[in-house]
Design a protein around this ligand. Structure first.
Ligand SMILES: NC(=O)CC[C@H](N)C(=O)O
Length: 439
């Protein structure tokens, strides 16, 4: 732990001025750990947010009357709670919003686009285990809103707590690293070590839980065939590929696409929840595809991690991850900085970069690897989200470039296949003469 982090952490333990300034009622528990209590009004239900490391925040319940356990993570994004909460990458996590007021534009209608995808949500339902905010908007205002954040959480069976000093939570998570958290409703102060049955969701294969069960085709009339390996794909990935003219076949995370590589002009590997080490089958299939395919492969976030592992990169867990809409990333070739949307807790290591591969993007804040690419073949991936909804559009060009790349390689592959057919039917010499004449 750096000296600064140690200092920050000890300030928290001693009730930092920032913490005191919140006006929250502070209590030190028998364990010596901090407890922050938000005054609960008549008609409101008390809720507790606890970290496995012992800190406890008491606030007001605004979601479902149910408990949850998950990895406590924070996002610094200012907008986009409907998109973030339905992003399958948040499965098994308790999402702490650092934006102080959340819910003020309500929750949108479940309208679908021309491809049958929900327009304003990244999947069919709320994926995060629970939500922690400082202040929940009691009233909302937006032309397209149909319910409040609170109603949405209640209806979806997802607990939420407001009145938490999220600045203090961030200090704790940054200081001591990511940790498990729990939300409990109604009960009085608990001895969490004794009462909460800590179960770490990252020890499970969460990708398996969110991935599609059988293949599904979007935009069947599309001009190129793209296979999307679904580790927990966000709707906007499918949408952007379809909009660019691709016929998208969404495949389960463990689908043996190697046996069907010829059917697809390009492969896309999606984002997804939890640790990439559980995606053994995806990595195995990609390892074979890298050897055989020679057509474009593009991965995003979890897709970057599994493609990297297949190529031989090492993967590790970041101290507290990068989640937000303003992460600066440097393109190592051009030196250009782009602002990106991110949501990840793991990263590829820049130690032992495999031969034939290079690091293509680096995070300007923490120096972590943000992208890799093959030196000669059209295989590449990024740790951030070029398809971000509710985030910056700086890197959306990458989806367009991927589709252009797929078209280019498909045409080359066709020419090669035609030449092979000529060779077979006419004999090599005749075929060469004919091809010269055709040029
Ligand atoms: N958004 C993602 O795909 C996240 C990937 C992985 N679950 C991580 O946290 O690093």
């Amino acid at each position: 732990m750096s000296l600064n982090l140690v200092k920050t952490f000890s300030k928290i333990r001693g009730l930092s001025p920032a913490f005191k300034a919140t006006g929250l009622n502070m209590r030190r528990m028998a364990t010596g750990k901090l407890q922050a209590v938000f005054p609960v009004q008549d008609g409101e239900e008390k809720a507790h947010f606890q970290l496995k490391t012992g800190e406890q925040f008491t606030g007001v319940s605004f979601g479902a009357n149910t408990a949850c356990i998950g990895e406590a993570v924070f996002t610094t994004s200012l907008v986009g709670y409907p998109e973030s909460m339905t992003d399958p990458s948040y499965k098994g996590q308790i999402l702490v919003f650092t934006q102080p007021l959340v819910g003020n534009y309500g929750v949108p209608k479940r309208t679908r686009d021309d491809f049958g995808l929900l327009k304003h949500f990244e999947s069919e339902k709320i994926q995060c285990a629970g939500v922690v905010v400082s202040d929940i908007a009691k009233k909302y205002s937006h032309w397209n809103a149909v319910e409040s954040l609170s109603e949405w959480c209640q209806r979806s069976g997802v607990p939420g707590i407001s009145g938490v000093d999220t600045r203090a939570v961030v200090h704790l998570l940054r200081g001591q690293g990511s940790t498990l958290g729990a939300i409990n409703i109604g009960q009085d102060v608990m001895d969490i070590q004794a009462e909460v049955q800590w179960r770490d969701p990252t020890s499970m294969n969460l990708v398996e839980q969110v991935s599609i069960k059988t293949p599904r085709v979007y935009n069947p009339g599309g001009k190129i065939n793209v296979a999307l390996i679904d580790c927990g794909a966000k709707n906007n990935i499918v949408r952007l590929l379809c909009k660019r003219g691709a016929r998208v076949t969404v495949l389960p995370w463990d689908y043996d696409f190697v046996a069907h590589l010829d059917k697809f002009d390009g492969l896309f590997i999606s984002n997804g929840p939890g640790s990439p080490v559980h995606c053994v089958e995806t990595v195995q299939h990609l390892r074979q595809a890298i050897k055989l395919y020679q057509r474009p492969i593009f991965g995003i976030c979890m897709g970057n991690q599994v493609l990297g592992m297949a190529a031989g990169f090492e993967v590790y867990k970041l101290p507290f991850g990068n989640r937000g809409h303003n992460q600066p990333v440097i393109d190592t070739e051009t030196g250009r900085c782009v602002i990106t949307s991110q949501n990840h807790g793991y990263a590829l290591s820049d130690k032992n970069v495999p031969e034939d591969w290079q690091v293509s993007f680096v995070n300007a804040n923490d120096g972590s690897v943000e992208g890799i690419k093959h030196k000669y073949l059209p295989y590449y991936s990024v740790q951030f989200h070029p398809e971000a909804m509710g985030g910056p559009l700086d890197t959306e060009y990458m989806v367009r470039d991927f589709v252009d790349n797929v078209v280019e390689y498909r045409d080359v592959a066709w020419r090669k296949r035609e030449a092979e057919m000529f060779d077979r039917d006419l004999g090599k010499e005749q075929s060469q003469k004919l091809q010269m004449a055709l040029q």
